[in-house]
Write a new protein. Structure first.
Length: 264
């Protein structure tokens, strides 16, 4: 039985399997700060779903430790400064989004406000004895994990039970997080065949085995960005889901040569 379609993009802004630098782990490439945030053709539909989730299940999609509040406030100011070139209109205490929806600004609730403005899920990672630890997030579109289980964990703990995330890969990712510098974000991507909704949380005990038909391709454009004042690292995730028929000829040819994995 084919599941009902999730929110689909008409095209991918990034296909990680189609470029040699990004098809193998950790597959990181530098980008500019201005290239960090994107607004794609599914913006309005994704934002409507984000607003629904934030209103209906805030405890599932929002988390912020008190220690991370300064970093969240710095992230809030950083994102707002980048919005006008993307089609946002900033006014007194409000922002009008590219889809015409107006959002009230609330610096006292920074992650909720940002979750109503940008498509990207935003995770705050702060240095600790075991490496960078997840201390806050607005996470509306998880692909097989839950925020409550991962909050307070370092990278290796966050990636349980991902078999491909070996200690060697974990060490390489930690070195990237240690080394990322303000003004010099790093981008990577993941891709897998997919059959679920955008909001697809799974607890670790459920595992990550595929279930049912997997008719679409889900891509995560992931960016690491260092905040200069608090030194927190922002891990952002821009999720795009497409029908394979929407791939460009070049993306389809590369996919045939470099098949991607299946995931729940």
């Amino acid at each position: 039985m084919t599941p009902s379609a999730p929110i689909l993009q008409k095209r991918l802004s990034f296909a990680p399997w189609a470029e040699e630098r990004t098809r193998r782990l950790p597959g990181v490439v530098p980008i500019s700060t201005e290239q960090w945030l994107e607004v794609d053709d599914a913006y309005a539909a994704q934002m409507a779903e984000r607003a629904r989730l934030i209103a209906a299940v805030p405890q599932a999609v929002l988390a912020l430790t008190e220690a991370a509040r300064p970093a969240a406030e710095e992230l809030y100011e950083t994102v707002l400064a980048l919005l006008p070139p993307l089609g946002f209109a900033l006014g007194a205490g409000r922002v009008t989004r590219p889809d015409g929806v107006t959002v009230a600004l609330d610096r006292t609730d920074p992650l909720r406000t940002l979750g109503l403005l940008v498509q990207q899920d935003l995770c705050l990672m702060q240095a600790g004895p075991e490496g960078h630890v997840l201390t806050g997030a607005v996470l509306c579109f998880p692909a097989g994990w839950t925020l409550a289980e991962k909050l307070g964990r370092p990278m290796m703990g966050i990636h349980v039970p991902v078999a491909k995330y070996t200690p060697e890969i974990g060490a390489r990712v930690q070195r990237l997080m240690d080394g990322v510098q303000p003004g010099r974000p790093l981008m990577r991507g993941t891709a897998h065949h997919f059959g679920g909704p955008l909001h697809n949380p799974r607890r670790e005990a459920q595992g990550r085995a595929p279930q049912g038909d997997l008719p679409w391709i889900r891509v995560e454009r992931q960016v690491l960005l260092r905040l200069p004042e608090t030194r927190a690292v922002v891990f952002s995730i821009h999720t795009q889901i497409v029908d394979p028929a929407a791939l460009t000829p070049e993306q389809a040819a590369a996919l045939a040569e470099f098949p991607i994995r299946h995931a729940a």
